[in-house]
Design a protein around this ligand. Structure first.
Ligand SMILES: C[S@@+](CC[C@H](N)C(=O)[O-])C[C@H]1O[C@@H](n2cnc3c(N)ncnc32)[C@H](O)[C@@H]1O
Length: 239
């Protein structure tokens, strides 16, 4: 049966891919990869493997999601070993579920190879455990993307978890932080990690009261992860 492997490439540092993911990169005939996938991983592809970039940047799409789905179907139908390589974990804000459904609809088998998600690993490598006994026993992962779309807005203020991790939140940071200020004390610690797990990593820390100004001063750029909650303080001792 024709098959596509949906492989998580990890959070940035190429060494943070799984053994299974690496073996598939080495044996793939076609690798269809995203923007946040480390280019160093592609160096492990076998000679002659077809490497196809389909990355998306806020507002700029190389291919639409529908075109990516069609490309996956086409390559699988050619009988090739197809690896769809995605940043982090394919099923954490990665549209991996949509791709899996499109493939299954065409009778193509899908095997998911989970990846180390930036949602957990980026805070971890900045010295922030997203849960910690006695401090945070719950964590919520949210997208910052839905801050402006009226029809499907996320009610950030109503989130109850002790730790909140925000992905894709750079553009809408001021709006999102304002929402959290409605229900959480202004002293709540916040950390923003830009280009986490990579050499260029930067960490901006503050509180709900001052993080917007600090991010502006630092000229924060994507990709970045924002962590809100008391666990951020642990960084002082762990990082
Ligand atoms: C489309 S989502 C994909 C998430 C991915 N599937 C995962 O599990 O990590 C992209 C967002 O992940 C976050 N991200 C991914 N890699 C990152 C990194 N190295 N440093 C900081 N944030 C990162 C950013 O919030 C970015 O906007």
């Amino acid at each position: 049966m024709k098959k596509v492997y949906l492989v998580g490439g990890g959070p940035g540092d190429p060494e943070l891919i799984t053994v299974k993911g690496m073996k598939l990169i080495q044996s793939a005939d076609v690798i269809i990869y995203d923007r946040l996938v480390s280019r160093k991983l592609l160096a492990y592809a076998k000679p002659g493997a077809e490497l196809i970039y389909v990355g998306k940047q806020a507002g700029k799409h190389t291919l639409t999601q529908e075109e990516i789905n069609q490309l996956l179907i086409k390559k699988a139908e050619e009988g090739k070993l197809v690896v769809r390589l995605k940043g982090g974990d394919p099923f954490v804000f990665g549209r991996g579920g949509e791709e899996a459904l499109a493939l299954r609809k065409h009778g193509i088998a899908v095997e998911v190879v989970p990846g180390v998600s930036s949602a957990i690993a980026v805070p971890a490598l900045a010295g922030i455990p997203v849960t910690h006994r006695g401090i945070a026993s719950s964590v919520t992962l949210v997208t910052g993307h839905l801050a402006e779309k009226k029809e499907e807005r996320l009610d950030y203020a109503s989130l109850k978890a002790e730790t909140v991790v925000i992905l894709m939140g750079v553009k809408n940071l001021p709006k999102i932080i304002e929402e959290f200020r409605k229900t959480r004390p202004p002293t709540t610690p916040v950390a923003i990690i830009e280009k986490g797990t990579l050499e260029e990593q930067r960490v901006i820390t503050g509180t709900l009261a001052d993080i917007i100004e600090r991010a502006q001063e630092a000229k924060l750029k994507p990709p970045a992860i924002t962590v809100i909650g008391e666990v951020v303080k642990l960084r002082e001792d762990i990082a």
